[in-house]
Design a protein around this ligand. Structure first.
Ligand SMILES: Cc1cc2nc3c(=O)[nH]c(=O)nc-3n(C[C@H](O)[C@H](O)[C@H](O)COP(=O)(O)OP(=O)(O)OC[C@H]3O[C@@H](n4cnc5c(N)ncnc54)[C@H](O)[C@@H]3O)c2cc1C
Length: 382
């Protein structure tokens, strides 16, 4: 079945060449440094890879969702989950809040810089008290004349230390149980706003080149016109953008797993044991066949859901299935691919070791597997 048109294949060739020449040679260095250079975003901006679906008047390319699909697949093939995630957060998890709900003035002011890769964005929803229960957000925004005053803290924020602009979820009204969902609003916050602080950069198991930070807001005054969309509608906006985020997570899971499988196939062809290549042993061949089948199943569930999403149909159930199935599939790929590498699979010098650590995040970030199952069960009217 043909999913991609000629323009997508041309775009794939361009992103793939960039990843091979300008990303892959630096992956180890970025992992050791624990961060990505901001220059890589500017370079992607120059090449026209950021904001591909945004209108041309804002510096975007006015392209379709499958162009975004290609971008994330190629980034995830870099053998750096960190790079793929940092880009994905900027293009499809944070900046969509501005594109879909921001005022014209805010879009004109910020989107061109985001498309050029000069203004990096982050999305700040999760709080130290909990991430799955988004409606329990405690960060508060209180209206004061033509400003809001925000107090609170956020944690686990990707691009948190390096971003220039943050999309912050805060509770504006009461917070009584019946109104939990309706009390939340999204704000665009400039990094240099007084009262904004990156309180800590977090050390983590994988995705080590992507910075993950804690943020704190102390009497942070933001102009009232940085409120995105309608006051109190933030929960629904977060949920809407989560759909895109979860599709991107599915794309990452598939493309990262595909690269890991290719690396493993190359390894078992080279590695000899008991008089022949590992690739000749039936148990090895069958494991690889099963992994290849699981990856294809996840890929086609993801593509079918992307097509439905692109047509504007409601696909909450399918997107949750993509996130659940692809992220869990990637865990199995990681386990088996490390196993097939034997002791070398446990060594830092082999990319499969990093893959296994990076991919572990996928069943947690952007909504855990358990939360995906809850959404699916509800959609099944259980
Ligand atoms: C590296 C990294 C990057 C991240 N980037 C961002 C970011 O950029 N922006 C952002 O806002 N957040 C980000 N997150 C946060 C992420 O989305 C949350 O970690 C995730 O949603 C889970 O929230 P939690 O960690 O508070 O876990 P909790 O909500 O405390 O959940 C703990 C466990 O309980 C389970 N659980 C919770 N509720 C239920 C239930 N009702 N039924 C069954 N089981 C349940 C969960 O599935 C999980 O297994 C990031 C996290 C990580 C680790």
């Amino acid at each position: 079945m043909k999913i991609f048109e000629e323009q997508h294949e041309m775009f794939r060739a361009a992103v793939g060449a960039f990843v091979e020449r300008e990303v892959m040679p630096h992956v180890e260095e970025w992992e050791t440094a624990g961060r990505l250079p901001k220059a890589i975003f500017r370079r992607m901006g120059e090449l026209g890879f950021l904001g591909v679906e945004y209108g041309e008047k804002y510096g975007g390319a006015g392209a379709d969702l499958f162009t975004t699909v290609v971008l994330h697949e190629e980034c995830a093939r870099s053998r750096s989950g960190s790079f793929a995630m940092a880009v994905g957060v900027h293009t499809d998890m944070a900046s969509p809040h501005l594109y879909w709900t921001g005022s014209e003035a805010l879009k004109e002011r910020y989107l061109p810089g985001m498309c050029r890769g000069e203004t990096i964005s982050a999305i700040a929803v999760t709080e130290p008290g909990g991430g799955s229960d988004v409606a329990a957000i405690r960060t508060r925004a209180v209206r004061d004349g033509d400003h809001y005053v925000i107090n609170g803290s956020k944690t686990f924020i990707t691009n948190g230390a390096m971003a220039d602009v943050y999309f912050v979820a805060a509770r504006v009204e009461g917070g009584e149980p019946a109104k939990r969902h309706r009390g939340i609003s999204m704000f665009l916050v400039d990094r240099d706003t007084p009262g904004f602080r990156v309180s800590r950069t977090l050390d983590k198991m994988g995705m080590r080149a992507s910075d993950t930070a804690e943020l704190s807001f102390e009497d942070m005054r933001v102009p009232a016109d940085t409120l995105l969309g309608r006051e109190g509608a933030g929960f629904y906006e977060v949920m809407r953008v989560f759909q895109r985020e979860r599709l991107v997570a599915g794309l990452h899971a598939v493309a990262m797993s595909e690269r890991a499988l290719e690396d493993t196939i190359a390894y078992v062809r080279e590695r000899h044991a008991f008089g022949g290549p590992l690739a000749g042993k039936q148990v090895v061949r069958h494991t690889l066949a099963e992994l290849g089948t699981s990856i294809e199943a996840a890929r086609w569930l993801t593509y079918a859901t992307c097509a439905k999403f692109a047509s504007g149909e409601d696909c909450l159930r399918e997107i949750s299935m993509v996130k659940l199935f692809a992220a869990e599939m990637a865990q199995r790929v990681a386990y088996d691919c490390v196993q097939l590498h034997g002791g070398y699979g446990y060594m830092r010098e082999y990319p499969i070791e990093r893959f296994a650590r990076d991919v572990r995040l996928l069943t947690i970030g952007g909504g855990t597997s358990e939360i995906m199952k809850e959404i699916i069960a509800k959609a099944m009217k259980l």
